[in-house]
Structures are given as structure tokens and as C-alpha cells.
Design a protein around this ligand. Sequence first.
Ligand code: FES
Length: 338
Amino acid sequence: MEARLHDSPSHDGPAHDGSGRVRLRFTPAEREVRVPPGVMVFDAASWNGIAIDSTCGGHGTCKKCKIQVTSGEVPISPLDVRAFDAAQLRAGWRLACRTSAVEDLVVEVPPLETRPKAATVGVGRQVILRPAIKKRYVELATPTLADQRSDVDRLTAAIDDLELRVDLHVLRRLPSVMRQADFHVTAVIVDDLLIDVEAGDTTAECFAIAFDLGTTTVVATLLDTGTGTPRAVASMLNKQQPFGGDVITRISATMLDPEALATLQSLAQETLRELVGEVCAEAAVDPGQVYEVALAGNAVMTALVLGIDPEPLGVAPFILSSATMPGVRAVDLGLRVH
Ligand code: FES
């Protein structure tokens, strides 16, 4: 099939099959998937267990997620211009994490250069792991009078596939950790932000906790981010139970008592905190080695744990404060992890 490619995002309208979804055919695997229009090709592949090269997990910093769109129209993103020359762009080369599928596409996926991390979840379902947290172990050259680069320059030069930003609190630790560890350190990175530097090679110790915050029951799963393997699971009743068994009674409580929102928030956070203690104890993992937390819950539970007034959800026309939640720090959930 002939490629129809242009560098303008304008379209006459999505070309898909009327089901409201667009069809993506991945070659050479010959896998076909249907996704809502606008989904990134990288995500569509990842959700369906098709591995596309990446070290940044789809965050647009590694420029490794190269694909060739051999049929269908796709615009050229600013990052594509930095990753490909003009001939490659004309031939349909794009970065998958910057390519939004607004119509049916055929996508050629080159062989992997880096080994994908995948986990099996449920019955044989393979999920490509994309934790926001990354650890990189580096052995840096010791500074000399002939090499007076700053500590940050020395470190970031060794991790040149990411454009790292550095937190002030890391700068405060960096000089001593580097020297104590003889410049053999592990960089702890979230997306493109350096959040810590640890002495020696700590790449094997990197955990995350996934919470299912239910109205009745709360479940925590401690996962090894390197393999996706659950290391411990614990559950308990949501401590908000005394406020009633369903979301309506909890919304009502916040409408009747101005103190109730703070109480409900702290009860939810206490539940999460206890579960962190349980899963970490069961797996003999230090909570300081838990770098990422994901929380899923219904709209009311999510609002309450973040201290957001749920009242607009309890009365017509039932409006959310936000359809997507910003990333929050663990301390905002009352958690003492890394
Ligand atoms: S996945 Fe890293 S730039 Fe696309």
C-alpha cells in the first residue's frame, strides 16, 4: 500500500471504519488492533503486548521508539524533526510515542535494540512494563585537574539518552554520595527528573505499589518494577466504613459536616499507610525502596483521598473536579515511601 504522509496535522476527518475506533496493523508481526482515535501508537502497541524500543517509557526523551508508518496520514512532531532527517520523515519514520493514530494506519516496527520488559498479568496477557521510575547504575571517572566537570555534568554525560533535570535536594546529596561511593552510583529518575543518587548498584531494588481504593475494600500490591512480579498483596476494609457503606453516604457526610472531608481523607490515607506497612513487611522490602505508587478508585474515593470536595459529584449534573489527575507526591497521599 502506498504511504500517504504529510507534515500538517490538518485532516478532513478521521478515516476509520465507523466503529469509532481506528485500526492499526503492526508489521512484520501482522497484528491488528483497534483503538480510540487519538491514542498514541506507542500506547496502542504497548497495551497489546507489541514491543517498541524505548528506554524512557513513552515520555519523549529517549528517541528510541522509531517506527515507519507505511500507510495512513501522520503529522510530523517537533521531536520527529530532531530524530530523523528529511528523507526519513518523507518515508514515514516517526517516534511512536509522539504519533497519534487518528485514522487507520499500517505501522512497521523495527527489531528491538533494547530488551523489552514484559510481565504476564491475568491469563496469559502480556503487558509491556512502563514504570515512570528508572534506575541507572553508572561508574564515573574520578575528577582530575584535567577533568573538572561538575558532578551533575559528569553524571548526566553518562546518561546521555535522557535530558535530565536535577532536583535541588539531589544536588545537596550528590557530592557526598558520589565521593563515598567512589563515583559508582545509581541514578534514580522519574521521567526525566533525577530524584536521587544512591551509592553503588541498587538497580535490583526498585519497587512500586498499586492500590485499588474501593469504597469497601482497599487492596495494595507491591510490585518489582524490574520484572512486574507482584511480591506481596494485602487488603483491608476501608477505614471510611463508619461513614456509610456507599459513596452517597460519604458525599452526604461532607455536605453536612465541614470537618468530614478532612476526616475522610485522613481515614483513607491511614488505610493506605497501613497497607504499605503490611506489603513491605511481607516482602521484606524497605519502604524507602518503593519509588512509585499508582492508585485507582472511583471518582468519589479518588477525590476524598486527595482532599477534593466531592459534593459536585453528588448532585446533578454530577461534575468531576478533573477528568485526569495530576501526578502527586507520595506525601500528598500521606505515605512514607521513598
Ligand atoms: S519512547 Fe522514548 S522517545 Fe518515544
